[in-house]
Design a protein around this ligand. Structure first.
Ligand SMILES: Cc1ncc(COP(=O)(O)O)c(C=O)c1O
Length: 394
């Protein structure tokens, strides 16, 4: 099913370099899910008959797979609909728990370049009386440990810093930040939606208490993810119902999706090291060739440490909307977060790009099926489009 290197991975004639928006569900994952849609359609909460017990066993096995891969206990995994929900449960759930048990809302810290699935729940908490500090990343996209140390107040309750950025791919020093938090008795959450499956992510190693993942970012199905909450991390639920997931995320469990998440996690782990090397080399080739043919291009975010499959560039002096229009029929890529509302990327603005520069920027993200042919074609298409745009040709 996967393309051969000679074919490239064209989809209806379009080169796909938008794998950070989402990835195709892998054939092996679809195969793993199949019986759980067809024959084994039981409710994992129906403990009175075999159909339900079989479904419960599948959920338990998937939970073990995810927990093992993250270095945590199985009962620390809470299945959710994805990373948006996991982030909301982590941030709203923990902050409200702390406010309830500590006698009132305290102080929260995050970073201006986080995904909206972190920033927006934090804004909600601000309306509920919490104080919020958003750190500004350096021009290379990273934050420094001293920034966190300086922002901490006696009443700081929760810090949220993502592992890898969804637009510029830079990898934050989560382990160091977690140590600082632990030393101050502060809970650390990390949004690992763009990292899990693409990097070794071990929660003991990272040292954080809360971590969010999403299956569709690593060739799993859409609509499933998890919040991992280390023991002793208080959470207030966002929903109430049948008590599933320890009462923290009630609702009938989507067994096929959970099985699919675990299959995708296994698949991602199996070839991770080789895939990182291969995609890192292709990404470096893409940047090298683009820069050689278009010397004015600017790189957004540091090249190291960075996700192997991410490149983000600014094309100075070109209209962003014109660039997008010209590329559309040949190259699928993103002008920022796929979840943003068309406004210039808040991530690029946070690292110091102007509004015009941010609008004239592209995120190019490779996937497990990206080939050298795709990269060659992308360089040709981008160069032709940029040079036509730069000279004012239609
Ligand atoms: C860093 C990050 N967090 C959260 C999300 C949201 O994940 P989901 O689509 O699973 O809700 C995304 C998806 O773009 C993301 O990149």
């Amino acid at each position: 099913m996967l393309p051969t290197p000679a074919e490239g991975s064209l989809n209806n004639g379009v080169i796909n370099l938008d794998h950070q928006a989402t990835t195709p569900c892998h054939p092996a994952v679809i195969e793993a899910m199949e019986p759980w849609w067809r024959e084994q359609w039981g409710n994992a909460s129906s403990r009175q008959h075999r159909l339900g017990l079989t479904a419960a066993a599948a959920v338990s096995s998937a939970r073990n797979t995810l927990a093992d891969s993250l270095g945590v206990e199985s009962d620390e995994v809470i299945f959710t609909s994805g990373a948006t929900e996991a982030n909301n449960l982590a941030l709203l759930g923990h902050a409200r728990f702390r406010a309830r048990t500590a006698g009132g809302p305290g102080h929260l810290i995050s970073v201006a370049s986080e995904h909206h699935a972190v920033l927006d729940p934090l804004q909600q908490l601000r309306q509920e009386g919490f104080e919020l500090t958003l750190l500004t990343p350096r021009p290379d996209g990273l934050i420094e440990t001293t920034q966190l140390e300086q922002a901490i107040q006696p009443n700081t309750q929760l810090v949220s810093v993502m592992v890898a950025n969804n637009e510029i791919g830079v990898i934050q020093p989560v382990q160091e930040l977690s140590t600082i938090c632990r030393n101050h008795g502060i809970t650390m959450h990390t949004d690992a939606a763009q990292a899990y499956g693409h990097l070794p992510v071990n929660m003991q190693h990272l040292g954080c208490s809360l971590l969010s993942v999403s299956a569709h970012k690593f060739n799993g199905p859409k609509g499933i993810g998890a919040l991992v909450a280390r023991k002793g991390t208080g959470l207030d639920p966002l929903f109430w119902g049948g008590g599933q997931e320890q009462g923290l995320r009630p609702g009938t469990l989507p067994v096929p999706l959970i099985v699919g998440l675990a299959a995708a996690a296994t698949l991602a782990k199996a070839d991770q090291a080789a895939r990182l090397t291969r995609l890192g080399a292709l990404r470096d080739q893409l940047w090298h060739d683009l820069k050689q043919r278009n010397p004015g291009l600017l790189l957004n975010g540091t090249l190291h440490p960075r996700l192997a499959h991410n490149l983000n560039i600014t094309v100075p002096g070109i209209s962003g909307s014109r660039l997008q229009r010209a590329l559309k029929s040949q190259l699928a890529c993103s002008s920022g977060s796929a979840c943003s509302s068309g406004a210039p990327s808040h991530v690029l603005r946070a690292i110091g790009r102007s509004r015009t520069e941010a609008e004239a920027s592209l995120r190019l993200s490779l996937g497990r099926d990206t080939t050298a042919i795709d990269i060659e074609r992308a360089v040709a298409v981008l160069t032709e489009t940029i040079q036509a745009g730069a000279t004012g040709r239609p």
